[in-house]
Design a protein. Structure first.
Lengths: 443, 250
């Protein structure tokens, strides 16, 4: 037996081990769901580059790493926590996959809003969890989803009642402590924004330490008629981490969904966003990925225009330095009935070194005839004339390059309306490109 | 201040400058005139340090130091400033941040601390007022969507903020209407100073009506073919560059 088969067996053993997932173990419907997902995982394992949707991303390193399930939360010091938690937000905080009520704060949530750890949600709102779990995922390549469904032990449950507006963003802070070396977490977030409601959710992923671990996150989101949900992800995992995340969304009639995806960390990351669009719904998908060293950053989106009159706008930008590799696979599907669809998709990449690589693959599948669809891809380098111009004014070469890189990326930062979040993303960018720009309040 | 000795420059094997000699002292204004293709802009770029040129012979001393050994930014720090014929648009970089980064680079080199934000902004705004520039330009991306005249004014603004000792103006008058030409020229004249020198590279005499040169040099086919006082510019205006060609032919 080869070593690869050995380690496959190891993850397969995890999902089939008795009593491994204690969350909701007493619920037969959940046990059945987990068992079925577990069996599928045992059969198929993690995806391989032989699958079209994974042709640019090879996760076989996971199999060599022998990650095991974290047993408890490690320590996170107060300074680090203060840095991670955004001002003017409700906070649900998780360390190494474990909910931390002491660090969390949801005092003052408006009536009709549930924002809770999934472990609490599953006992207090079983029917709601049951209605949401595995309710919006439409994809065929389910390796990581099955792994998550079989093993998720924590996450969040968020429900916004009809016509309710949440006054502040809800931050879901996932922190990996340095004690989580070689561990894995399966996190599941379930969100429903009921008719006419409005909310902002921010998922953040941070690590204190440079250890290796795996975060496998599945977020399922339902945006009901006339509801407006903003969803942000800021991924600043450790440089040795593996981050696999999927956001699966259903937009109902007239719903508005805006997803902002910022990827800075992890040795290997895969960020998927899937949205199925109901009639006259409005979907924005924006993303920025910044890769350095040997980082591999895969962005995978699928917008399914299932109904007529919906609008989607997608802009992903990548900055790739050193030997980093960025992947963008974006698919737009327009169903036969989805007349008057207006769909735009753009992916622009900036390569900062000869050894960096960008693979971009936009895909359109259009079955309706009265639609507007546009897509564009660019892969470019910094403008030598602009570098010379900046240097001729006294910016040293690296600063000049950083300024131009920042300028390229900043478009995706300026569009963040919530200031504390904008500052977090800006700081992540300026950490990588010093002297490249400044915070606006400097003026 | 600046001494150019026997400068030979080639681009892709073609010799553009064929032995330039020029000496410029503090406080002086030198005009370099010549027909298209004479090598005027090449000389400007060589001073600023642009890549892509082979310097096959000669040297340039700036304040006694070997200018050709210095990087682009080191030249800026040491006090060389090129006002571009075609200022580059830099999308996404605000003018104010660009100016701040530039000035701080120069100040750092000279052992000075960064300017306080408020002092910096009020200083820049004062200079913009002199150039009749709207303050909104501070917050726009560098040169992006600026008209030709606005770009040239922005060059002079940068020059007045950085206060270089050697100002090289490459065809600054091109694309300017008469009002803009006056404003830009006044901006340059305000900077005239016994410790500062100017090189005005221009095809036409027009600019020299507003900025009076001390010396005029005629460049043709990569060589200075004639030097003289301001009257030389008038002579060129009258006769055109035809006689230069005749002179080269003979």
């Amino acid at each position: 037996m080869s070593s690869l088969e050995n380690s496959k067996t190891q993850y397969a053993e995890l999902v089939t081990a008795p009593n491994i997932s204690t969350l909701g173990a007493e619920l037969s419907w959940l046990s059945n769901l987990r068992e079925s997902a577990g069996n599928d995982f045992v059969g198929a394992g993690f995806p391989t580059p032989r699958e079209e949707e994974w042709r640019y991303t090879n996760v076989s390193a996971l199999e060599k790493n022998q990650f095991s399930i974290a047993e408890k939360a490690g320590m996170v010091d107060a300074d680090f926590l203060a840095k991670v938690l955004l001002d003017d937000c409700y906070h649900l905080v998780f360390v190494d996959g474990f909910y931390q009520p002491n660090f969390s704060s949801i005092d003052g949530l408006p009536a009709g809003v549930i924002a809770t750890a999934l472990s609490d949600g599953i006992s207090e709102h079983e029917e709601l969890v049951k209605s949401l779990l595995d309710s919006v995922i439409e994809v065929a390549d389910r390796g990581f989803i099955n792994f998550n469904t079989a093993l998720f032990n924590e996450g969040t449950l968020i429900s916004i009642d009809e016509n309710t507006s949440v006054d502040k963003p809800i931050q879901l802070a996932f922190i990996s402590s340095s004690e989580a070396t070689l561990t894995l977490s399966n996190l599941r977030n379930l969100v429903v924004a009921k008719a006419g409601s409005k909310a902002t959710i921010i998922e953040t992923f941070d690590a204190c330490g440079d250890h290796s671990y795996l975060n496998n996150v599945v977020s399922e989101i339902v945006v009901e008629p006339n509801a407006n949900l903003s969803h942000h992800r800021v991924q600043e995992e450790s440089a040795a981490a593996y981050h696999i995340a999927g956001v699966y969304t259903r937009l109902e009639h007239n719903a508005i969904f805006s997803q902002y995806n910022y990827n800075f960390g992890a040795s290997l990351s895969r960020a998927e966003v899937h949205a199925t669009l109901g009639e006259a719904s409005d979907c924005t998908l924006d993303g920025l990925y910044v890769g350095q060293d040997r980082q591999h950053m895969d962005n995978h989106t699928r917008v399914n225009h299932a109904q007529p009159h919906a609008v989607s706008n997608e802009t992903y930008k990548g900055v790739l330095a050193d030997k980093a590799r960025g992947v963008f696979q974006g698919r737009i599907i327009v169903a036969e009935d989805a007349q008057k669809t207006d769909a735009k998709m753009s992916n622009r990449n900036l390569l900062l070194s000869d050894r960096a690589e960008a693979d971009s693959k936009p895909q359109l599948e259009i079955y309706a005839d009265d639609v507007k669809c546009a897509h564009g891809v660019t892969v470019g380098q910094l403008d030598d004339k602009a570098i010379f111009y900046l240097r001729s004014r006294g910016a040293d070469e690296q600063t000049a390059k950083n300024m131009l890189t920042f300028a390229f990326a900043n478009e995706m930062v300026e569009n963040i309306s919530f200031k504390p979040l904008q500052m977090k993303v800006l700081d992540a960018l300026l950490l990588r490109f010093p002297q490249a720009g400044m915070r606006k309040e400097w003026l | 201040m600046l001494k150019i000795e026997n400068l030979h420059v080639s681009v892709e094997g073609k010799e553009i400058l064929r032995g330039i000699n020029l000496e410029i002292n503090a406080g002086e204004v030198h005009a370099i005139m010549g027909p298209n293709g004479s090598g005027k802009s090449t000389l400007s770029y060589i001073l600023a340090g642009r890549e892509g040129y082979d310097i096959t012979e000669g040297k340039i001393l700036f304040h006694g130091k070997d200018l050709l050994e210095m990087s682009v930014e080191e030249r800026a720090w040491a006090g060389v400033f090129l006002a571009f014929q075609y200022p580059v648009e830099v999308p996404g970089v605000s003018n104010i941040y660009f100016l701040k980064a530039a000035l701080n680079g120069v100040r750092k080199f000279n052992g000075l601390s960064e300017l306080d934000a408020m002092d910096f902004i009020s200083m820049v705004k004062g200079k913009m007022k002199d150039l009749e520039m709207d303050e909104k330009f501070l917050y726009r991306a560098v040169n992006e969507g600026f008209s030709g005249g606005e770009k040239k004014r922005n060059e002079i603004l940068q020059m007045s903020v950085l206060e270089p000792s050697l100002c090289v103006l490459d065809e600054t008058d091109s694309g300017l209407d008469i009002d803009a030409l006056k404003i830009v020229s006044e901006g340059v004249n305000r900077l005239r100073d016994p410790s500062r020198a100017f090189i005005l590279v221009t095809h036409y005499q027009r600019l020299l009506d507003y900025i009076k040169p001390d010396f005029v040099h005629v460049l043709a086919a990569g060589k200075v073919v004639k030097s003289g006082g301001p009257e030389l510019a008038l002579e060129l205006e009258e006769k055109g560059y035809g006689w230069v060609d005749e002179k080269l032919a003979s």
